[in-house]
Design a protein around this ligand. Structure first.
Ligand code: ADP
Ligand code: MG
Length: 633
């Protein structure tokens, strides 16, 4: 069963599916659609977020309802306003060739009379949050006495949020002989109870193992002292310039505090929690969707509605009280076939929680090291270099070039590059130069290896290798294994010649023996892959990810080309949204004197605005135009 057509969908739907660019049905779609099309049955489907559940119930419902009738035939209940709107929009897209289709969303925080009016016009499908739905039934604004299909979407989350009674109430107004389709990521007792109560011998389908996190997500934990939690968070962000993340805190207060602190420190952050007005929450979510916010700090409840693809990292700033909640958190990344990382910052006393989560998700966590100053400076520098290299020239600059050129008349290209990069690099360098190692050793586990990078051979100070930067990364579909294979193949190298491969979002690092340097650099002089130039440079750092003591010695790299020598060649690569200190400072823009200490108390992203030579009064001099990556990757 490989195509949507084979699942039995009609031409109108296939046409829309084609427009959407869906090529093959996801697992849950392949399993649910034929069953739901074939007979009127109850169904319980267990599948993680991001597996395409909306279409799994949406396609069959659209095909089965009578579009020529104006009676409400389908009801979809979902936990939040956000999800409700998303489902409505998706259904409209799926049904765009179903002439006469009317899907109406019903949710709190918006005009009830307008929603009632939309329903009255004849909505075959109503998508609703339980609270508002109950309200509208009570006020006779919607009639579900003739529905044939009821969907409980994200049933576990609805029950988590305390909607049990509302759901019971709502369903009591619907016909007994309808079909009920329940979709859930997990199957806690409450969900099986509701299934027992409202469903008759439902067909059960499970995608992946029950209660298992999606394996598109890798799970990492970082062991620090509690007081270093915030500093650790910042380092994780600094070591991942392309980060697009949700950061989970346990309480509204902590959520607000962490977000404020991040904004203060110059990051693109925002808070999402229940103490904000609906309007404020909408604004935050809009900025997040547009990637103006790179770090969304949220409570579990507020994050329920987050259905954004492309989230690269979920960071558990604090672990949830219930280990089951972790699945919901980590499911925010690794959506739509992409990979993601779920990071947990823990103190020693919380390690047992990691173990119980491991049992639930049936996956192991990797113990990883909080990046040290050198790691971060290196990543940031190359990220900026990569961005500069890929930047399209803005010819508005031309009019100023005469004076700028005059200023740099006596500066060589080499010197200019050094100066240019020092502008940003020095900030990170100064900030981190006295910083401490935040990692705490975990005597109880140990032995865990760095999985995201290729540990490869263990190199000591006698290391005779060079570290290379290459401008391909996760964005281009590589992980360390595939990049290693790719390099070995094109360079015709042996099994162990490439090692310590560390893949970042838009670029990567790897090591190879010094004697191969000439060959490697020569090879990449003009190397094009998939139509674009691949750039490889020697990095000064020896690399090695986690082995901080091993790397200070040795010359590292050297080579013909220094790491600052970035040839402006090749075409612009799409993407390149890495952000080297270019984070806009939204919110508090003051420059109060603040505590200065070596322990990450302020932030490297926070440029001192009083510093001389600042080209612009605001700090967005490197802020890239943010490209939405949704669906076009
Ligand atoms: P879930 O409800 O399981 O969390 P969604 O239904 O929201 O997942 O789908 C997640 C994303 O995947 C959406 O952007 C959706 O458009 C996309 N999607 C769904 N089905 C397919 C498919 N068969 N092929 C490609 N993309 C899909
Ligand atoms: Mg969904």
């Amino acid at each position: 069963m490989n195509t949507f057509k084979e699942l039995g969908l009609n031409e109108d739907l296939l046409h829309a599916i084609n427009d959407l660019g869906f090529e093959t049905p996801s697992d849950v779609q392949a399993k649910a659609i034929p069953i739901l099309l074939e007979k009127d049955t109850d169904l319980v489907a267990l599948a993680q977020t991001g597996t395409g559940k909306t279409a799994a119930f949406g396609f069959p419902m659209l095909q089965k309802i009578d579009i020529n009738s104006r009676t409400t035939q389908g009801l979809i209940l979902s936990p939040t306003r956000e999800l409700c709107l998303q489902i409505t929009n998706e259904l409209k897209l799926y049904g765009k060739y179903c002439k006469g289709l009317n899907v109406v969303a019903i949710y709190g925080g918006a005009s009830i009379s307008e929603q009632a009016r939309d329903v009255k016009r004849g909505a075959q499908i109503v998508v609703a949050t339980p609270g508002r739905m109950k309200d509208m039934i009570k006020r006779n604004m919607v009639d579900i006495s003739k529905i044939e299909y009821a969907v409980l979407d994200e049933a576990d989350e609805m029950l988590n949020m305390g909607f049990y009674e509302d759901i019971t109430d709502i369903l009591s107004h619907s016909p007994k002989d309808k079909s009920t389709w329940l979709f859930s990521a997990t199957m806690p007792k409450e969900v099986s109870n509701i299934a027992k109560k409202f469903m008759h011998t439902p067909v059960e389908i499970t995608v992946g193992n029950k209660n298992e996190g999606t394996n598109q997500v890798s799970h990492e934990y970082y062991l620090v002292n509690s007081r270093d939690r915030y500093s650790a968070l910042k380092r994780l962000a600094d070591a991942n310039p392309d980060i697009f993340s949700v950061i989970f805190c346990r309480t509204k207060r902590d959520t607000q505090k962490v977000a404020e602190q991040l904004i203060e420190d110059g990051y693109n952050a925002g808070a999402l929690h229940g103490d904000l007005s609906q309007n404020q929450r909408d604004m935050v979510m809009n900025s997040f969707r547009k990637k103006q916010i790179q770090m969304l700090v949220a409570t579990d409840v507020a994050a329920r509605g987050i259905d954004v693809d492309d989230i690269t990292h979920v960071i558990n700033y604090q672990l949830p009280d219930e280990p089951e909640i972790y699945t919901h958190r980590s499911g925010r990344t690794g959506r739509a076939g992409k990979t993601g990382i779920s990071m947990v910052i823990v103190s020693k006393s919380e390690i047992r929680k990691i173990k119980s989560i491991e049992r639930i998700i049936n996956q192991k966590f990797e113990l990883k090291q909080i990046p040290d100053s050198k790691d971060i400076c290196e990543v940031q520098l190359f990220s900026l270099a990569n961005k500069v290299h890929n930047t399209e020239i803005n010819h508005e600059i031309d009019q100023y070039l005469t004076s700028i050129n005059a200023l740099f008349e006596d500066t060589s290209k080499e010197e200019l590059i050094k100066k240019f990069f020092s502008v940003e690099f020095t900030r990170f360098y100064n900030y981190y130069k006295k910083s401490q190692n935040l990692n705490v050793t975990d005597s109880s586990r140990g032995g865990d290896r760095d999985r995201d990078s290729d540990g490869g051979r263990d190199y000591g100070s006698s290391d005779n290798s060079s570290r290379y930067f290459i401008n391909v990364g996760k964005k281009d579909g590589y992980d360390w294994m595939s990049l290693k294979d790719f390099l070995k193949e094109i360079l015709e190298l042996g099994r162990d010649d490439v090692f310590k491969v560390d893949v970042k979002e838009s670029f990567s690092f790897f090591n190879a023996e010094k004697e191969l340097q000439e060959k490697i650099l020569a090879f990449f002089q003009d190397f094009k892959h998939n139509g674009r130039f691949v750039n490889v440079e020697v990095s000064e750092d020896k690399g090695g990810g986690t082995s901080r003591n091993k790397r200070r010695s040795g010359s590292g790299g050297g080579g013909r080309r220094s790491s600052g020598d970035f040839k402006p060649r090749g075409e612009r690569r799409s993407g390149g949204k890495s952000d080297f200190g270019g984070r806009d400072r939204r919110g508090s823009g003051d420059s109060k004197p603040r505590r200065s200490s070596s322990s990450d108390s302020s932030g490297p992203n926070r440029k001192d605005r009083r510093a001389k030579g600042d080209f612009k009064p605001v700090e967005s001099s490197f802020s890239p135009p943010r490209r939405s990556r949704r669906k076009d990757d």
